[in-house]
Design a protein around this ligand. Structure first.
Ligand SMILES: [Zn+2]
Length: 264
């Protein structure tokens, strides 16, 4: 498992280097577009346990009515989504939309290649909605709800911008969890990304549960990418799927689960 994880990490680094190596062309295209769009703003939304900044990139006008939030990685050993947030930085955001990218919600975990933060807490069991104490080290919930600075930063950001859609990338279940809110939104993402839309069974203290419960009319969902890096054709599909979220697309029932999948 550890070896696989390292292979996956190197593959992700390789993919990032590949993207970086094509930078001259991309930069030229970006600079042609720059005149017609507001450059992104870098916002530090908090700091990790070890003091690393948690950085958000804000694209588009603050006055935009529709806000979209995309988080590349919260479990530090499931970071293939960073390739998607990197690709999204090169896309133009439609008028009337503001896109927020948070590549790393758990920078200490990413640095250490651990699921948890530097306190050993699974941040996605630390949110306040139906929080329960979990002592299993893999899914350790923390001593109380919202005990961790990374969780606090995520909550502050969501409360501040009230995203219509929030997307959280994880690995390696290879599905989209239509976690709540308008399930048609997550279903549309799954269609475009080529992943299976399903509903995972209940988990306590997860972000999607908190966000969908706290902000009716909004949708937060999880994209479980397959193991390994995101291939270039899949990357293009995910970028298109995020664009569909920006444009307000959805599909089918708002409440029905297409299937139920055990969360663990
Ligand atoms: Zn995860």
């Amino acid at each position: 498992m550890t070896l696989l994880r390292h292979i996956a990490t190197f593959a992700v680094i390789g993919a990032i280097m590949l993207i970086a190596s094509s930078a001259p062309v991309t930069d030229a295209r970006a600079s042609r577009r720059a005149a017609t769009r507001t450059p992104p703003t870098r916002v530090v939304i908090g700091h990790s346990v070890q003091g690393r900044p948690i950085v958000a990139w804000e694209f588009g006008r603050a006055s935009a009515r529709r806000k979209i939030l995309v988080v590349g990685c919260i479990h530090g050993n499931e970071c293939a989504g960073l390739a998607i947030t990197a690709a999204l930085r090169r896309q133009q955001v439609p008028n009337g939309v503001q896109l927020w990218l948070v590549p790393e919600m758990n920078p200490d975990g990413t640095a250490a290649d651990t699921r948890q933060n530097a306190h050993g807490v699974d941040l996605n069991r630390n949110f306040p909605y139906r929080w329960q104490a979990i002592s299993d080290p893999t899914y350790y919930s923390g001593p109380r709800a919202v005990s961790e600075p990374e969780t606090q930063a995520a909550i502050r950001l969501v409360r501040r911008i009230r995203p219509a859609v929030t997307i959280w990338y994880h690995q390696h279940m290879d599905l989209v969890d239509m976690a709540g809110g308008d399930r048609g939104v997550a279903r549309r993402y799954a269609q475009l990304a080529g992943l299976r839309p399903t509903c995972l069974t209940f988990l306590s203290g997860v972000e999607t549960g908190w966000s969908n419960h706290s902000f009716p009319g909004t949708t937060s969902f999880v994209v479980e990418l397959p193991a390994g890096p995101v291939a270039s054709d899949a990357l293009a599909r995910h970028v298109r799927a995020v664009m569909a979220m920006e444009l307000g697309q959805r599909s089918g029932s708002a409440t029905r689960c297409d299937s139920i999948t055990p969360a663990a």
